[in-house]
Design a protein around this ligand. Structure first.
Ligand code: ZN
Length: 415
């Protein structure tokens, strides 16, 4: 979370990018060229056209020789105007760059730059899809900053209609790069990765902006179903489940308690462990998927699906489930009998299908596309794919993730 002093530091650096100063370092009133479009004058980038009262007040302070007061006031104006960006990101580095975008291109423009960098539809409205994509991408803030820098240039070309022909272009490019350096400085570390990024920046590829949300958007429902049932070679997806392990029965029993044994291979919800019953939550997580599970898994599942639909918006129309909480013994795909407790018994595993079709079991060397496209998103949030034990429909919260959630107190029952 950003501190008040970081907020002022960011606003100050934006002011420094913008400000014309006299030899003593005092803010100056700057007469704008007509092509700027910001009115007749500005102080520290705060111009007459978009911020008339603030610009007037700053000019009055400067004319009265109250330079320190003008400086402080300008920083507060920039901070307040860009606070919207502080409601999007939880990374100080990313917020720093977004505030700079917001000051230049307004809240809506900066939202569109962010959405382009995240490769989601750039409608300028930061809703749950944008937030979910941001939550995933800002785990690597340096890489996201790189994408933001590329998206910012593209936005200027596509939307503002400026390019190398513009007298402002060189200044803009410098500004974008300086803001990037200022943002990278908020990322702790030895700087190796940051230097590598700065070098890479020159050949950064433009962010692909889907003209329509996805290639599926014009398909009929049947065509979408066929598309998402197509087989993808497992070869093309590996490695999967990197650094993740299926949850051990011992872990589950230790941290969430045991269901009342013996079980059968059909669901006996009343035999769930006490803790599971207390944490139980039923939620509609998307159009055709309503699940019952333990609260932290259902919430995590929602986050994963939001991220999936950000890049595969049409998948929601056809995605169905074959169940989450299911208190029973395992039903091995081999057909053998088992007395091992299914991981569904703790409400932290889910089986998927395409609506109107059966759920895929052991699909051997292939994986249907709807599972393939969800796989990296589940893995990214610590869910293990059942492909690892020949159960293609299945995703479960991994052993390590369960242990972390327990340490974080997510399984505590409110008294
Ligand atoms: Zn399953």
């Amino acid at each position: 979370m950003i501190t008040p002093s970081d907020r002022l530091k960011i606003a100050k650096s934006i002011l420094d990018f913008e400000a014309r100063r006299d030899k003593a370092g005092h803010l100056q009133i700057y007469k704008l060229p007509a092509a700027d479009g910001g009115g007749t004058y500005e102080v520290g980038g705060i111009n007459e056209r978009y911020h008339p009262e603030e610009a007037r007040h700053l000019a009055d302070l400067i004319n009265a020789g109250k330079f320190d007061e003008a400086e402080e006031h300008a920083i507060e104006i920039i901070g307040t105007f860009t606070d919207i960006a502080g409601t999007w990101s939880t990374s100080t580095a990313v917020e720093s760059y977004l505030r700079d975008c917001a000051f230049n291109r307004g809240p809506r423009g900066s939202a569109r730059i962010l959405q382009r960098a995240l490769n989601v539809k750039d409608d300028g409205v930061v809703g749950k899809i944008t937030r979910a994509a941001l939550a995933l991408k800002e785990k690597d803030p340096a890489a996201l900053l790189n994408q933001l820098r590329v998206a910012r240039e593209q936005y200027e070309r596509d939307v503002a209609g400026r390019d190398e022909e513009s007298i402002f272009w060189k200044g803009l490019v410098n500004r974008w790069n300086n803001a990037l350096k200022a943002a990278l400085a908020f990322i702790p570390g030895d700087g190796t990765k940051k230097d590598a990024l700065a070098v890479k920046l020159a050949d950064a590829q433009p962010v692909p902006i889907p003209a329509s949300p996805a290639k599926t958007s014009k398909m009929s429902l049947e065509e979408k179903i066929d598309y998402y049932l197509e087989s993808i070679k497992l070869e093309d997806l590996i490695p999967i489940n990197e650094g993740l392990d299926p949850a051990q029965e011992s872990t589950m029993v230790s941290l969430l308690g045991s269901p009342k044994l013996p079980l059968t291979t059909t669901d006996q919800p009343e035999r769930a462990s006490k803790r599971v019953r207390k944490l139980r939550l039923t939620k509609k997580v998307c159009a055709h998927v309503t699940v019952t599970g333990i609260k932290p898994s259902v919430e995590s599942l929602q986050t994963v699906l939001n991220a999936v639909f950000a890049v595969e918006p049409d998948l929601e129309e056809i995605l169905g489930t074959a169940g989450m909480l299911n208190v029973r013994y395992r039903k091995p795909t081999s057909g053998k009998k088992s007395t091992k407790i299914s991981n569904h018994s703790w409400g932290k595993a889910i089986d998927f299908k395409v609506i109107g079709h059966s759920a895929p079991g052991n699909t051997k060397g292939n994986v249907p596309r709807f599972i393939a496209v969800m796989l990296p998103h589940f893995n990214a949030l610590g869910w293990y794919s059942g492909i690892g034990f020949h159960d293609t429909m299945h995703f479960e919260v991994s052993d390590g993730t369960i242990k972390t959630w327990s340490k974080d107190g997510l399984f505590e029952i409110p008294e």
